[in-house]
Design a protein around this ligand. Structure first.
Ligand code: UDX
Length: 433
């Protein structure tokens, strides 16, 4: 099939490259010339495992990029909207980029004779495809949705670092269509994908809600585990021992029960906030979802409080911060729990030496007044204490490096410090254990 994909950010690049791998003719549309050039020269515009290889394989064959909506829409039967949906100052979803993309697509559809389907893949709050995107498409095309062109919503469930795998091996595919014909069209795109469950066909607002519910539930599991962990800590109980057994209940499952510094990334915090925002807007006070965010925001401060309990006033103390990325395997620092922890430490007058295997460069754009180290060892050297914020595998191997912290405090926010070997030497404190 012939597909165009608007937006060559994270979701757009992965969608485009994977659809090309499935044998479709794919055109990426972006306003950023640098991204267009990268894709056309066979390089990925973002760092994501396996993506460079796919783009290199298909660029110049069945994958190309352009800034021209008109030609891309003429040359394709389906257009995916994969643009960003950032939060506004109040945490609510900002749809200005979706609006611009919908307008441009609508103009191009207005100038096209054949049938065309628009698919929203960007994460948007319930009712957006129906009450926001569709009217814009109708107005700018002068055509009628459901008759002259189709509209669907097809959420993504892609984990950073595993996005290509997740796209190719989904546990479910959800298609929320305005009309059956466009839903059938989108469904055909996935014919060659082996999905663990059957393709779910529904309406667009349900598809939108499934995406938010999915992420909000995972975030709730994490905040729940963090709250249980905070209680366990006060009782001298190891929460990991508790959650391991609780996760054996098949109704709960063992995943996303790891308590620690909390969740970050481009999805969970933003999506939970957007759903609470939508909920309040329609007159329902989301008590539980608000608490999920509150627990999450508190976790980094709990770590700094534990540190103060141990070493007192932080003024002029040197604190090593190991891990800046929001999780292992990425240079992404969006909503990373290390950000509020560092801000807190700076506010309290501490000197910070930070180290991350991938994310030092990105964090420099937020904090340019702290010291960045090229090795964990350098950050730990002469530090008064250490906070571990990210679950990098290499931190599990830092035996001799943590040995330099003899009689000093190490506060572990991810349960990665190789404590068995070090117990006698460092003053080890787990955030929830
Ligand atoms: C997430 C979803 O998993 C994916 O389906 C979605 O569509 C995009 O958002 P991602 O943001 O890449 O993916 O990260 P994920 O691996 O889910 O982890 C999110 C955050 O939760 C990380 O900060 C991680 O450290 C934290 N986490 C995860 C915990 O604190 N405890 C856990 O048990 C699991």
């Amino acid at each position: 099939m012939k597909v165009s994909v608007v937006g060559s950010g994270y979701v757009g690049s992965v969608t485009a490259a994977c659809l090309a791998e499935l044998g479709h003719q794919v055109i990426c549309i972006d306003i950023d010339e640098e991204r267009i050039n990268k894709i056309n020269s066979g390089k990925s515009p973002i760092w994501e495992k396996g993506l460079d290889e796919l783009i290199q394989k298909h660029a110049g064959n069945n994958l190309k990029a352009t800034s021209d909506y008109e030609s891309a829409v003429l040359d394709s039967d389906i257009s995916f909207i994969c643009v960003g949906t950032p939060s506004d100052d109040y945490g609510n979803i900002n749809l200005s980029i979706v609006k611009a993309a919908s307008k441009s697509l609508g103009h191009a559809i207005g100038n096209k004779d054949g049938y065309h389907v628009v698919v929203v893949k960007s994460t948007v709050v319930p009712e957006t495809t129906e009450n926001f995107v569709t009217p814009i498409l109708e107005e700018s095309s002068g055509k009628q949705a459901g008759r002259d062109f189709g509209v669907s919503m097809n959420p993504e469930f892609l984990r950073e670092g595993k996005a290509v795998y997740d796209f190719m091996n989904p546990d479910r595919i959800v298609i929320g269509a305005l009309d059956k014909h466009s839903g059938d069209f989108v469904s055909q795109l996935y014919d060659k994908v082996e999905c663990q469950n059957e393709i779910v066909r529904t309406n667009s607002r349900t598809a939108e809600m499934i995406k938010y519910t999915n992420n909000s539930f995972l975030a709730t599991k994490i905040s729940f585990s963090n709250e249980i962990g905070n209680i366990c800590k006060k009782l001298g109980i190891d929460t990991y021992e508790v959650m391991k057994v609780v996760g054996m209940d098949f109704r709960i499952s063992p995943y996303f029960l790891n308590s620690g510094a909390g969740f970050g990334g481009s999805c969970f915090p933003k999506d939970v906030r957007a759903l609470t925002g939508k909920s309040k807007q329609i007159g329902y006070e989301p008590i539980l979802l608000d608490a999920v965010i509150r627990v999450n925001e508190n976790q980094p401060h709990i770590m700094v409080n534990l540190l103060e309990e141990k070493i007192g006033n932080l003024e002029n103390k040197t604190i090593a911060v190991l891990g800046l990325a929001f999780k292992n395997g990425t240079d992404d620092i969006r909503e990373s729990r290390s950000i509020p922890a560092i801000a807190d430490l700076i506010y309290k007058g501490a000197e910070i030496k930070a180290y991350d295997p991938q994310a030092n460069g990105n964090m420099k754009k937020i904090f340019n007044n702290i010291t960045y180290c090229d090795r964990a060892e350098d950050a730990l050297h002469n530090a008064d204490a250490c906070l571990v914020m990210t679950d990098w595998d290499e931190f599990k191997e830092l035996d001799s490096e943590f040995g330099m912290m003899r009689n000093k405090i190490v506060i572990d926010g991810r349960r990665v410090v190789p404590v068995r070997n070090l117990e006698q030497e460092i003053d080890y404190v787990g955030i929830c254990w």
